[in-house]
Write a protein that binds this ligand. Structure first.
Ligand code: NOJ
Ligand code: CA
Length: 558
């Protein structure tokens, strides 16, 4: 079976993982230094968020050179050493590929600014004349995912206001024109570059972007309020067809990339970050001659309700079954409010403001959210397919809500006109130690203060540290470890069939293989089936009763 069908893949956000040169930013050597920890979790692979040369206006997703390492993260030698060291530990490595846009610091964009309208240099991006008498109105009515118009106007070489360029994200992330063959060739070069360095795969950023509907038509006016009146993820998730997402052209790219991946030895793969719906559209990205895997984002938008979770599981599995691809479960990543908070407050990643996206902090019960997040872990690891985990999820980190406003870095903060604090709260450096030295062990420089870390951890962060969780068998960390260890040796887990078990409506229960069962209790306490033996639980059981917001793995006899 293909490795990604069963794997637990751990996302490292390098800037916040481990700092080894004391500058307050995580680096690649830091990831190497934590491989023993990663191995001890029982994961199978690591996905590294971007570490490429970048002005870092959008966490490195604004790539200046995809074939160079940003000095803040180290050197190319460090990257190669990391790939080798991971392989030595039997861990695979996936890296990010960001094909929808380049940073405006990329040499191509700089050349475009120095060139005339209609030039070859401009044709690598989407440069258009504006509308209105003197071209002062953007070419169409599209908006940026982060807020504000999706177009910025440039000054021509003569110093006069000139054409506009498209940026679906930050104004420093210029959308590439995928009709241009140089763009296509350059990404093939990047794929080969990293495959030659030994990576096992790629995470394709905005995999549903790249192609735009021909002529770049306005979004139909009846949709404008519905689509553009709402925040970024609402727009990404809303089911209407949009002229900038999910165009047929992207599938030709994936067919050509698949050939490149298959031409290498080993099992190289790519996973799509495609925010498309309904689920049947995601299936198109993982047809047998396209990408091997796609994130299943259903659980990022779910309420903690048994019927909704059951429905999302059914939809995910049936959509992909048609194309024979495995699904993969995602409860956290660097773009969403952490699951501890989300599952407690019933957040579905929708909304325009901090309040609508991050919920009402006065209603937050972190203890309950932690129970739910731990249950979600046992559920995800028992469902068919693979799982993507995000760093800190194994520590049960909650969202950090008290980063001072002047320290926020997410472009969403400014582009939302300071209405949405954005995604920094899930990107705070990992607390490794309980004492605050070196920002809770994030930095090898013990004198580094919390304020000197690139995003300041809060004073209460130490209680979540890996160190403080080591010795507690019920800590989130140890629940994770044990779950991953059981999963590895349990023949019924990983990809394969599942069977629903009849259970009260507030309980999600399913069987895997001959005799393995997972029960998740969303309602009041229930009695466990009599013919069962407990293998693992997300929190202590009450005798033979399964408490609220708790999940259990059982050995059952039929
Ligand atoms: C998705 C990435 O996960 C996110 O962090 C980034 O802002 C956008 N794509 C733009 O590249
Ligand atoms: Ca560093």
């Amino acid at each position: 079976m293909d490795w990604w069908s069963n794997s637990a893949i751990y996302q490292v956000y390098p800037r916040s993982f481990q700092d080894t040169n004391g500058d307050g930013e995580g680096d690649l050597v830091g990831v190497i230094s934590r491989l023993t920890y990663l191995k001890s979790l029982g994961i199978d692979a690591i996905w590294l968020s971007p570490f490429y040369l970048s002005p870092n206006n959008d966490g490195g997703y604004d790539v200046q050179d995809p074939r160079a390492v940003d000095p803040r993260f180290g050197s190319m030698e460090d990257a190669v050493n990391l790939i080798k060291a991971a392989h030595k530990s039997d861990l695979r490595i996936i890296v990010d590929l960001v094909p929808n846009h380049f940073s405006t610091e990329h040499k191509w964009f700089k050349a475009a600014l120095q060139s005339l309208p209609g030039s070859l240099e401009r044709s690598r991006f989407h440069f258009y004349d504006g509308r209105g008498e003197s071209g002062e109105i953007p070419p169409n009515n599209w908006c940026s995912i982060f807020g504000g118009p999706a177009w910025s106007r440039v000054k021509e070489v003569d110093g006069k206001p000139g054409q506009w360029y498209l940026h679906l994200f930050n104004s420093t992330q210029a959308d590439l024109n995928w009709e241009n063959t140089e763009v296509k060739e350059d990404f093939e070069k990047t794929l080969r570059f990293w495959l030659d360095k030994g990576v096992d795969g790629f995470r394709i950023d905005v995999a549903h972007g790249m192609f735009k509907e021909s002529g770049l038509p306005d979004v139909r006016s009846s949709w404008i309020e519905k689509i553009f009146g709402k925040n970024n993820l609402t727009r990404m998730l809303s089911p209407e067809h949009k002229p900038f997402w999910d165009q047929e052209g992207v599938h030709d790219i994936y067919r050509s990339w698949r050939k490149i991946l298959d031409s290498y030895d080993g099992d190289r793969m790519a996973v799509a970050e495609a925010w498309v719906s309904p689920a049947s559209r995601i299936a198109k990205y993982v047809r047998s001659d396209e990408l091997q895997n796609s994130f299943n984002f259903e659980m990022l938008t779910t309420l903690w309700k048994a019927d909704q979770i059951r429905e999302k599981i059914n939809n995910s599995i049936s959509a992909l079954a048609e194309v024979g691809a495995p699904t993969s479960w995602v409860f956290n990543n660097h773009d969403v409010v952490r699951s501890v908070d989300r599952l407690d407050l019933g957040l579905t990643n929708h909304g325009d403001t901090t309040f609508s996206r991050h919920g009402d902090v006065n209603k937050l019960d972190i203890a309950r959210g932690t129970l739910r997040a731990k249950s979600a872990t046992l559920m995800a690891l028992a469902l068919p397919g693979g799982t993507y985990l995000y760093q800190g999820e194994e520590l049960g980190l909650p969202e950090v809500r008290d980063i001072p406003e002047d320290r926020l870095t997410d472009p969403r903060w400014k582009m939302s006109n300071y209405k949405d604090r954005g995604r920094d709260g899930c990107r705070v450096p990992i607390p490794w130690k309980s004492a605050s030295d070196g920002a809770f062990g994030f930095s090898s420089n013990e004198n580094l203060t919390l304020q000197q870390a690139w995003l300041p951890p809060s004073s209460w962060w130490g209680k979540y540290s890996a160190e403080s969780q080591e010795s507690d068998p019920n800590s989130t960390l140890n629940v994770y470890r044990k779950a991953l260890a059981i999963r590895k040796n349990e023949p019924g887990l990983g990809d394969g069939a599942m069977e629903w078990i009849d259970a009260p409506s507030q309980v999600v229960a399913f069987r895997r293989g001959e005799d393995f069962a997972c029960y998740i209790n969303f309602g009041s306490e229930i009695e466990l089936p009599s013919n069962s033996e407990v293998l693992h639980s997300s929190a202590p059981l009450n005798g033979n009763h399964l408490p609220t917001d708790t999940a259990v793995w059982l050995r059952v006899s039929k």
